[in-house]
Design a protein around this ligand. Structure first.
Ligand SMILES: Cc1cc2nc3c(=O)[nH]c(=O)nc-3n(C[C@H](O)[C@H](O)[C@H](O)COP(=O)(O)O)c2cc1C
Length: 354
């Protein structure tokens, strides 16, 4: 059996193979509510054979949205529509995972299908927040630096969203600590210039994420996994580094985090990223080897051969695919046939895959 199609046990869950659909914003929700589009989009990828389906960045409070069309879990009314989706995903043998997120200073945009600009308050935007009053770039708003009380509020909102995620039927919760959103803004010395217990030293910059992981681990049942997505490097001297990611992974592992989903970049503009197929795999590999935590590799993993070799060579425990899954929701079935593996077809489609 090809390594990519070996099951993986994680707490009480068994992933049917090593393929996950990575979080992807669809910018198609209204007031945070997922709708039929999300059901069909996420549901068809469950039918497609992936083991885990991660939702788009799902905002823990309204000002945590990247765009005004992001999905959310900031109110109880969001639970039922998500439940419909998680039930469908599970009926098709996949595991529903939610990526809980706060955009921080990179929030409040109009639709990317339109002009994609940070909206003024009068047009539905909001005052953005961050670790420090440092904008992402000169075109972005200067964010409000969260006070200690406000950090506490953000944490409580994150915990309340986690409780809702559980009620909505999600089996994995992923903390979005990557791509320059709020958690990254605290991790990076470029965006965090605080002089209190949340800024300065490594221990202080990771404090928000550590407190979130600790609190979420208490809420999320012991038998279910917690994942954390980070940007393992920001590709710039003096910024968040792979060495800090390894040190963070050790802390998170001790707190009961089950997997680091290792992405990179997104916190500062204009950095040169060496991009090639599987360009971030070495981050997942280094974190896995040096901290002993399970990792997910992501980024330009397009072929079944590359995906399988990542698992076979123990560079990561799972692969997460984003754009390939948009191109082909049946990517896992294609990969299985290319690698000579068999995966169960939905009974309704049996005559095609029999
Ligand atoms: C349309 C789109 C939306 C995305 N939204 C998110 C998101 O909500 N959260 C996240 O962590 N990454 C997001 N990403 C990044 C992907 O999860 C992934 O890390 C990245 O696209 C690289 O993987 P790929 O080469 O397989 O596409 C998004 C990517 C795309 C293409």
């Amino acid at each position: 059996m090809a390594s990519l199609f070996t099951p993986l046990k994680m707490r009480s869950l068994t992933l049917r193979n090593r393929i996950a659909v990575a979080a992807m914003c669809m910018y198609s929700a209204e007031d945070g509510f997922p709708n039929d589009f999300h059901l069909v989009h996420l549901g068809s990828r469950a039918i497609g054979g992936a083991a885990v389906i991660v939702t788009e960045a799902t905002a823990i409070e309204p000002r945590g949205r990247i765009s005004i069309d992001d999905a959310g879990l900031w109110k109880d009314e969001h639970i039922e529509p998500w439940k419909r989706i998680t039930s469908f995903i599970e009926e098709h043998g996949a595991i529903p995972a939610v990526q809980l997120a706060h955009a921080g200073r990179k929030g409040g945009y109009s639709s990317p299908f339109g002009d994609y600009q940070q909206l003024p308050v009068e047009q539905g935007g909001w005052e953005t927040v961050s670790a420090s009053a440092i904008p992402f770039d000169e075109k972005n708003k200067v964010p409000h630096a969260l006070t200690l009380e406000e950090i506490e509020e953000v944490k409580q909102n994150w915990f309340a969203a986690t409780e809702r995620a559980l009620k909505a039927g999600f089996k994995i919760v992923e903390i979005h600590g990557a791509h320059g959103y709020l958690v990254t803004q605290f991790l990076s010395p470029f965006s965090n210039q605080r002089d209190d217990q949340y800024g300065g030293s490594f221990e202080n910059r990771i404090r928000l994420l550590v407190e979130l992981a600790e609190g979420i681990r208490k809420i999320w049942p012991d038998e279910l996994p917690v994942w954390v997505r980070i940007s393992a490097t920001e590709w710039k001297e003096g910024g968040w580094s792979i060495e800090e990611s390894v040190a963070l992974a050790k802390v998170l592992k001790d707190l009961g985090v089950d997997l680091i989903d290792a992405s990179t970049g997104g916190n500062i503009p204009g950095v040169k990223i060496p991009i090639f197929d599987g360009y971030q795999v070495s981050c997942a590999e280094q974190i896995r080897k040096e901290s002993g935590i399970a990792t997910g590799a992501v980024g330009l993993i397009k072929t079944s051969e590359l995906a399988n070799s990542i698992i076979e060579e123990e560079k990561a425990d799972i692969v997460l695919l984003a754009r390939e899954m948009l191109r082909d929701p049946y990517w896992p079935r294609r990969a299985a046939s290319e690698l000579g593996a068999t995966i169960e077809a939905p009974k309704q489609y049996g005559r095609a895959w029999g």
